[in-house]
Design a protein around this ligand. Structure first.
Ligand SMILES: NC(=O)c1ccc[n+]([C@@H]2O[C@H](COP(=O)([O-])OP(=O)(O)OC[C@H]3O[C@@H](n4cnc5c(N)ncnc54)[C@H](OP(=O)(O)O)[C@@H]3O)[C@@H](O)[C@H]2O)c1
Length: 339
């Protein structure tokens, strides 16, 4: 996430821009496009070091030098190996005054998912669920529409529109037949991902019917990919991974998503998939909606299955936890481990 502003030589704001999508023009390009000639002699302020390599777009350092700004203020250097201070050096060598580190902590926080992808090769994992006040994500019959109210569902759609992939387990596909798209569409179109070691997915469902319009990825065990030939014929991509105890390691799934340069992924449930991600400690950010409803039922699912921990002392305690109102629901937001 990168934002840039341009000030003219008198310090007036004359251009603004942000990086809208992977492969699209960088923030500086938009900011200079509005500023035009007014940038000459002025200042570029940008949250991330301007790039200096030919990637999907030409180097931003060229655009900075062409613009005629005499000063560049950068919040943080780009950890991307092909940049990593090189952009700053080019600007300094060309006689531009370069100031680095203004609001560095804020910028680094903004880009924790990106830094995680570069450092670990896996995306930043958001976990989301909606539950009743008595801690259920569905009734004992599996019905879950709707637990949370309209405002909370709107927030979930906004979240889907910002991530690169939305993940669910086989149980959710069968119980809910979800579409998993952002409605209305957001700045990104998330791939829809189903995890099923058995590969026993329904022949007819919304995901399969729309796989040609919005990407569908299916992760299954080596040996079961043949069961998904029909899905493949309908446009889904099938990825087979060796299973252990009839389960796929979340780390292996995330490593594959990382090779696709997915930066943020959202695990939406159900209990089985969320449990396997928590057991694997693959949980970076939480979005939990608690509705003032009670459904009861011994067999009604709670949000997180999996193995769990033995002792309360081993519980995962969210960091930077915030509690907000979302219509009639409570929205709990926090982090799995300090970013
Ligand atoms: N309230 C909410 O926010 C919310 C959100 C989503 C779903 N739900 C509800 O949750 C219920 C479904 O939950 P659920 O726990 O039964 O199902 P689930 O988590 O959606 O799916 C479980 C299945 O996913 C596959 N799976 C999960 N983790 C895996 C792993 N690490 N490796 C390989 N496969 C994995 C397995 O399929 P295989 O058996 O094929 O291996 C497993 O049987 C439904 O009632 C749905 O309505 C509620």
């Amino acid at each position: 996430m990168v934002g840039a502003v341009v000030l003219d030589s008198a310090g007036n704001l004359v251009g603004e821009g942000w990086h809208q999508k992977f492969g699209g023009p960088h923030a500086e390009v938009f900011a200079f496009a509005t500023a035009g000639e007014r940038a000459r002699g002025g200042t570029l302020i940008v949250t991330l070091e301007p790039c200096c390599h030919h990637g999907k777009t030409p180097p931003c350092t060229d655009a900075v030098l062409r613009s005629g700004v005499k000063r560049v203020v950068v919040a943080m250097a780009d950890p991307f190996p092909k940049v990593a201070g090189g952009g700053l050096q080019i600007l300094r060598d060309a006689g531009v005054e370069v100031i680095v580190g203004v609001c560095a902590a804020e910028a680094e926080k903004l880009n924790v998912p990106y830094r995680t992808l570069l450092r670990t090769g896996r995306p930043w994992v958001h976990l989301k669920w909606a539950m009743t006040l008595d801690g259920k994500i569905a009734t004992h019959t599996g019905d879950s529409k709707w637990i949370s109210g309209e405002e909370s569902r709107k927030r979930v759609h906004e979240l889907r529109g910002r991530v690169d992939a939305v993940l669910v387990g086989r149980g959710t596909v069968i119980a809910d037949d979800p579409l998993l798209t952002a409605r209305p569409a957001g700045p990104r179109i998330a791939a829809r991902v189903v995890v099923s070691a058995s590969g026993d997915l329904p022949e007819r469902c919304q995901l399969r019917a729309t796989a040609r319009n919005v990407p569908v990825l299916l992760y299954t065990s080596v040996g079961n990919e043949g069961k998904l030939a029909g899905w493949r014929a309908d446009g889904a991509e099938v990825i087979a991974i060796p299973a252990s105890d009839n389960a796929l390691s979340p780390d292996a799934i995330l490593a594959d998503l990382g090779t696709r340069r997915f930066t943020n992924v959202l695990v939406e449930g159900g209990a089985g998939l969320l449990g396997s991600f928590l057991d694997a400690k693959a949980a970076d950010e939480f979005h939990v909606f608690i509705a003032p409803k009670l459904v009861g039922g011994d067999t009604a699912l709670s949000p997180v299955g999996g193995r769990g921990v033995k002792l309360m002392a081993d519980a995962l305690e969210l960091a930077e936890c915030a509690f907000g109102q979302s219509g009639r629901d409570v929205y709990v937001h926090g982090f799995g481990a300090p970013g």
